[in-house]
Write a protein that binds this ligand. Sequence first.
Ligand code: HEC
Ligand code: HEC
Ligand code: HEC
Ligand code: HEC
Ligand code: HEC
Length: 163
Amino acid sequence: MGWLFLLALAASAAGLPDLSTPRAAPEQPLPFSHKQHSEVGLKCAQCHPIPEPGDFATLPKTEICMACHKAVKKDSPHILKLAAWHEQGERIRWAPVYRIPDWVSFSHQRHTAVKDVTCGSCHGPVATRDVLQREKNLSMAACMSCHRATGASNDCVLCHDQR
Ligand code: HEC
Ligand code: HEC
Ligand code: HEC
Ligand code: HEC
Ligand code: HEC
């Protein structure tokens, strides 16, 4: 690994947020509750499919919501907003909860294929939460600590492409 690689990393890391401590919940456009929706029996994958090549878990389209909310709570001011966005074909501007820098390689598909690794390993008990906040540590140290524990590689270039 060359010094140019490290220099590039150090430069892109200037002003990097601290990912190791929990962060307060961001303000969201609608009071969406994972607890309420998990109690209805919805599964993570119904709202967060992981399309090829598998890096990202996606956020749900409004069609998924409207399948129920055409009828459920349709007079609530929140659901009226949801319905209006749906009509206009506008996506909901959810505030991000978990993000790592885009120069770090990460694949949801590869991780969820690992035995005993669940969504909760990295995001906590989401199905019991009314409001999501970053509660799990996803800093480099935390990634490496699980890699050490599970026998996965900790080569720098596993997570940082050599540029
Ligand atoms: C009914 C659809 C629905 C279901 C089911 C659902 N989610 Fe979500 N999820 C959402 C929506 C909408 C958001 C954005 C609002 C928020 O952050 O609460 C979200 C946000 C998230 C985020 C934060 C995304 C980010 O930007 O960082 C994570 C992590 C997450 N969900 C995990 C899960 C897990 C794990 C499950 C299963 C236990 C699950 N979700 C089930 C709809 C759903
Ligand atoms: C399987 C049916 C179903 C789906 C799909 C679904 N919901 Fe819901 N949602 C419900 C139920 C049931 C409630 C609770 C209603 C109650 O309090 O009586 C609810 C409550 C809500 C509330 C609170 C409304 C209020 O004013 O109390 C919001 C906001 C909401 N859902 C948003 C969403 C969004 C956004 C999606 C899509 C990501 C979604 N829902 C998908 C069934 C669903
Ligand atoms: C090994 C840790 C890990 C596991 C396991 C994991 N996630 Fe994530 N998740 C992350 C990281 C890291 C991010 C931030 C990714 C980014 O910024 O590119 C993230 C982001 C997300 C997001 C925001 C959209 C995105 O992809 O950036 C959603 C939604 C999400 N995860 C849902 C889930 C669900 C559902 C599961 C279970 C199927 C899951 N995650 C399992 C680490 C994990
Ligand atoms: C819960 C344990 C756990 C956590 C937390 C975790 N990993 Fe992993 N990771 C694994 C395991 C196990 C593998 C090996 C998977 C395999 O061999 O398919 C792996 C594989 C990888 C790979 C190689 C995937 C490939 O395409 O070959 C990358 C890159 C990676 N992890 C990045 C990260 C990053 C970045 C983080 C932190 C944001 C992280 N991991 C957090 C357990 C974890
Ligand atoms: C398992 C994945 C993973 C591995 C392996 C890994 N990193 Fe990282 N690295 C990350 C993540 C995630 C971040 C961004 C989050 C953070 O700064 O905690 C990061 C950030 C960085 C940064 C900028 C932030 C800082 O701490 O200054 C540098 C420099 C860095 N890594 C160097 C390295 C070197 C050198 C190696 C090899 C010894 C390495 N990384 C191995 C995941 C990894």
